[in-house]
Design a protein around this ligand. Structure first.
Ligand code: M6R
Length: 609
């Protein structure tokens, strides 16, 4: 949820630190800070509440300078978003500075022990105990002190620390929280996300749990394990470059990422049909997956959960395997029925969502095979699962998931076809035909991206509403859930998504002329039913905006405004029908003056429960 950066090398550290923090701001953004070793000795810390820009202003106005430093952008968990609670945190001597992502579960007992030993705490955070613990364990060897200190921690952490008596050295460690380190001719870098580093080098090391990296100013990095033995991890070459991390002229990342979707779907679908058969080489290591199972359980949170709801319909329709879809944070506490004959599919863009990771662990503990569908190479989900299928979305910066959602849907549809093929549930020529139908999706999205004037008109008609209702049936029902989530999270307009046939059982009481209704009325087996439901809300005064199929003039009789999508079989319609809803939500957010990429109270990856 928070972001870590650090640099030691031959040039001033603050430029990299600030630039890195700006790039990581999407992970958390209620306060930020840096600690830099000063040329005359000692460490100077600057922290500010608010966005990284506030910190950048303060740093520029200061005379802070030095070639080694660490920085942090925070999303508060323990303690309010105040300057005192912002990272870096320092020990009593002021010589040790620490930044931390994650949660230290035993921080209270550690704090009490350390206080009893005379340490003085200045913040309400769990992080501060790490600085004091290192101080307590320090006997002249900074790395050893850190190693001893972390052995006392319970919970999840990514940590970077500096010590004024060890100039130029950054000690880094992690457990269940991502940390990446890299070296170049300029020096050595650490970050919680590759995006902060990729401009400097594309060869990075994803630190393993419990290992320690020691960064030196000449760029050399030493690695040791929890017992202090040297280890030699292999660097990973990152495929995407700094350009992919920029906005490329778009006003915000969300819009850029929406426009990337045709490319993302093309890449995600590429090379999946080999010699007339759907191919998933990623699954070879887990044996005859399709036939060794009685059921599928799909786990995810937020948008990824919605992708799971769509996948359920496809897997059940084509492969005829019963599927349950579970919100990861609920799944892990309810003792679900998972056996060695359950295939668990964990969907997570970031690969770092704490609840999803725990659900994977639990499922594997019950003997199930877990397949992760993720976007982030080297993320925890990739290490915790039996097999990994990458979506080809490339880095997604905007907090609102857009291109990753479409890519998840695309790959899950192909996976559903694969399961059907392997079980012989549908004829092979039908499998190929369905896969062939998907090839039209990228150009259909391009077509939608040319209809933005209609979408803007719809947004203009709705942006002042205090609440918007989304209705649809079957595939349209899930499309609504995702559309409503997008609207809520970036515009702060309340949105409710309901199966259209269900509204008369309660929610229709909400409807009047102040509550616009977005109806998914694309060509489908339930089209007529949806029209009836539209009539019901119209009769209560609602303004109705429909997502409909290109060429459907009939729909205009029942609705006030229409956003069209090209004709597509209903089982693939969530992929294309989600696009106008993404643009609609973004436009409403813009009209309401929201920060589209950084909605309040949210963070891109939710690494705490
Ligand atoms: O990284 P994950 O896919 O595991 O994240 C799950 C949710 O936090 C995420 O999809 C969230 O709902 C999105 N910000 C919604 O746009």
């Amino acid at each position: 949820m928070c972001g870590i950066v650090g640099f030691t090398g031959r040039q001033d550290a603050k430029d990299f630190l600030l630039d890195g923090l700006f790039k990581l701001e999407y992970r958390g953004y209620d306060s930020a800070g840096v600690a830099v070793e000063q040329p005359k000795g000692g460490i100077e810390v600057i922290r500010r509440v608010g966005m990284v820009a506030e910190l950048a202003r303060a740093v520029k106005e200061s005379d802070i300078a030095g070639k080694c430093g660490i920085g942090h952008t925070r999303w508060a968990t323990h303690g309010a978003a105040t300057e005192n609670n912002a990272h870096p945190h320092i020990d009593c001597s002021g010589k040790i500075a620490v930044v931390h992502n994650g949660i230290i579960e035993n921080y209270m007992e550690l704090r009490e022990e350390l206080t009893a030993k005379g340490h003085t705490f200045r913040s309400d955070t769990d992080t501060e105990v790490i600085a004091h613990l290192i101080e307590e364990c320090y006997e002249g060897d900074f790395v050893e002190a850190t190693r001893k200190a972390i052995s006392k921690l319970r919970g999840a952490y990514g940590v970077a620390a500096i010590h004024a008596d060890h100039p130029g050295v950054i000690v880094v460690t992690r457990k269940d929280s991502p940390i990446v380190v890299a070296s170049s001719v300029k020096g050595a870098f650490v970050a919680s996300d590759t995006v902060a580093i990729v401009e400097h080098t594309r060869d990075v090391v994803y630190l393993d749990d419990d290992n320690i990296a020691v960064l030196n100013p000449d760029g050399h990095i030493d690695f040791i394990d929890a017992d202090g033995n040297a280890v030699y991890p292999e660097p990973v070459h990152v495929e995407w470059d700094a350009e992919a991390a920029g906005r490329s002229g778009f006003p915000d990342f969300m819009l850029k990422e929406i426009y990337e979707q045709p490319r993302v779907i093309r890449d995600t679908l590429a090379d999946r049909l080999v010699d007339g058969k759907i191919s998933f080489p990623e699954l070879e290591s887990v044996g005859n997956l399709a036939n060794d199972i009685d059921s599928v359980t799909i786990i995810g949170c937020g948008t990824s959960y919605h992708a799971g709801l769509i996948a359920r319909q496809l897997i059940e329709k084509w492969a005829r395997i019963p599927v349950s879809v579970e919100i990861a944070s609920e799944f892990r506490y309810r003792n679900p029925i998972i056996t060695p004959r359950t295939l668990v599919i964990a969907i997570t863009q970031s690969g770092e969502t704490a609840d999803t990771l725990e659900a994977i662990k639990q499922s594997r503990g019950n003997g199930a095979k877990a397949v992760a569908i993720t976007n982030v190479v080297g993320s925890r989900a990739t290490r915790e699962s039996d097999a990994v299928i990458y979506i080809k979305a490339n880095m997604e910066v905007s907090v609102a998931a857009t291109k990753s959602f479409l890519a998840q849907n695309a790959i899950l549809a192909v996976l559903a076809l694969y399961l059907a093929q392997e079980r012989g549930a549908i004829p092979q020529d039908e499998v190929c035909k369905l896969y062939g139908e998907m090839q039209a999706i990228p150009s259909q999205i391009e077509w939608i991206l040319h209809q933005t004037n209609d979408i803007k008109r719809c947004a203009k008609a709705c942006y002042k509403a205090h609440s918007v209702m989304y209705i649809g049936r079957q595939f349209g029902d899930v499309t609504c859930k995702e559309g409503a989530l997008k609207l809520k999270e970036i515009s702060y307009v309340h949105a409710e998504a309901y199966a259209a046939g269900e509204i008369k059982h309660g929610p229709i009481a909400l409807i009047d002329d102040t509550v616009p209704v977005v109806a998914i009325a694309t060509k489908s087996s339930t089209y007529e039913k949806v029209i009836s439901n539209i009539e019901e809300v119209k009769a209560r005064g609602a303004k109705v905006v429909a997502v409909a199929t290109e060429g459907d003039e009939h729909i205009k009789r029942y609705t006030d405004l229409v956003m069209y999508i090209p004709d597509i079989p209903e089982y693939f319609s969530p992929i294309t029908a989600s696009v106008p809803l993404q643009l609609f939500a973004r436009e409403i957010a813009v009209l309401n003056g929201r920060d589209v990429d950084k909605p309040r109270n949210l963070a891109k990856s939710v690494t705490v429960e």
